[in-house]
Design a protein around this ligand. Structure first.
Ligand SMILES: NC(=O)c1ccc[n+]([C@@H]2O[C@H](COP(=O)([O-])OP(=O)(O)OC[C@H]3O[C@@H](n4cnc5c(N)ncnc54)[C@H](OP(=O)(O)O)[C@@H]3O)[C@@H](O)[C@H]2O)c1
Length: 272
């Protein structure tokens, strides 16, 4: 299963998230995940595990063109020059010669340089170093200025999203502009989302696990998703969520869960 991107590309529906793995764990998990069928791997300069991710990719033996590899750069690289250096560092650590999707990790509006960061991504894309470029944790107030400055919208926006924190407004805005939404912390980071009674009831209704139900809530709404698991059984379980179809009434019921997300990272106050 995959989704279309506005630049003509496609992105696998489910990927493996690699935060907070260290190099050794990332190597083992990425190799396992690829062997199990994952074709999207999500990392970031900030995670400090790009070398391990790269080793896992190499160990897997998967032809490079069959993998969709995402990385992100941090606020210290928010300049045209900085993005070029960040790309160089990432490809060296990952042991690859191009990145499939490179994202501005956080807008960090206090710094006021995310437009330069976007210009940097456009530059390296023009040089053939990245296939697709996008953003992460960008709200409409951050997306508008980069489009106004460059005339070009990101193809993807990776946001903290799960049924406790559906971010309906930001997602609708992405959709209006043809920006694909991808969910991070889709399982709520193990902070109780999966323990909610409604999750159990609906998982039973569909004969799926609680984790699968929550991931299917992303997929059935057209979002790709990048759950992290270091557990081989759950890696298999999560990937199988692509075959689950949830009725709209249940998607709506999940979106209406009125339980606060305990650790919201707001892009105007948090960012790396
Ligand atoms: N763009 C950003 O700013 C940003 C921020 C944070 C994260 N991310 C990315 O998003 C990825 C995912 O987010 P996340 O790691 O914060 O949280 P998450 O994927 O929502 O949750 C991961 C937690 O859920 C557990 N888990 C995995 N599958 C499960 C299942 N089927 N049933 C029950 N528990 C399950 C994992 O434990 P086990 O490992 O033991 O299975 C782990 O404790 C990260 O790895 C990272 O790549 C991006």
């Amino acid at each position: 299963m995959d989704f279309a991107l506005a630049d003509g590309g496609r992105i696998p529906a489910i990927g493996i998230g690699t935060w907070p793995m260290d190099d050794n764990e990332a190597e083992r998990v990425v190799a396992d995940a690829i062997a199990l069928g994952y074709r999207l791997v999500d990392t970031a300069c900030e995670y400090g595990n790009e070398a391990g991710v790269g080793r896992g990719i190499a160990v897997s033996g998967l032809p490079r063109e069959e993998l969709f590899l995402t990385t992100k750069f941090s606020k210290g690289s928010h300049s045209v020059h900085g993005v070029a250096h960040a790309w160089q560092d990432s490809v060296r650590k990952l042991g690859v010669d191009y990145i499939d999707l490179m994202l501005i990790h956080w807008p960090v509006p206090q710094l006021g340089r995310f437009i330069e960061a976007w210009e940097g991504l456009l530059t390296i894309q023009g040089q053939g170093k990245v296939r697709h470029i996008g953003v992460s944790n960008f709200l409409p107030e951050h997306i508008d200025p980069i489009i106004a400055a460059t005339g070009i919208a990101p193809v993807l926006n990776q946001l903290q999203i799960n049924p406790r924190y559906p971010q309906a407004e930001a997602r609708a805005y992405n959709t209006t502009l043809g920006i694909h939404t991808q969910a991070w912390s889709p399982l709520g980071q193990g902070t109780g989302l999966l323990d909610l009674a409604i999750i159990g009831e609906l998982a039973d209704k569909y004969g799926v696990t609680r984790g699968q139900l929550v991931l299917a809530w992303d997929l059935c709404q057209g979002m790709s998703t990048i759950p992290k698991s270091s557990n081989p059984g759950r890696l298999v379980e999560n990937l199988a969520a692509t075959s689950i179809v949830i009725e709209q009434v249940d998607i709506d019921a999940l979106s209406a869960i009125d339980v606060p997300e305990p650790d919201i990272k707001h892009p105007n106050s948090f960012g790396v």
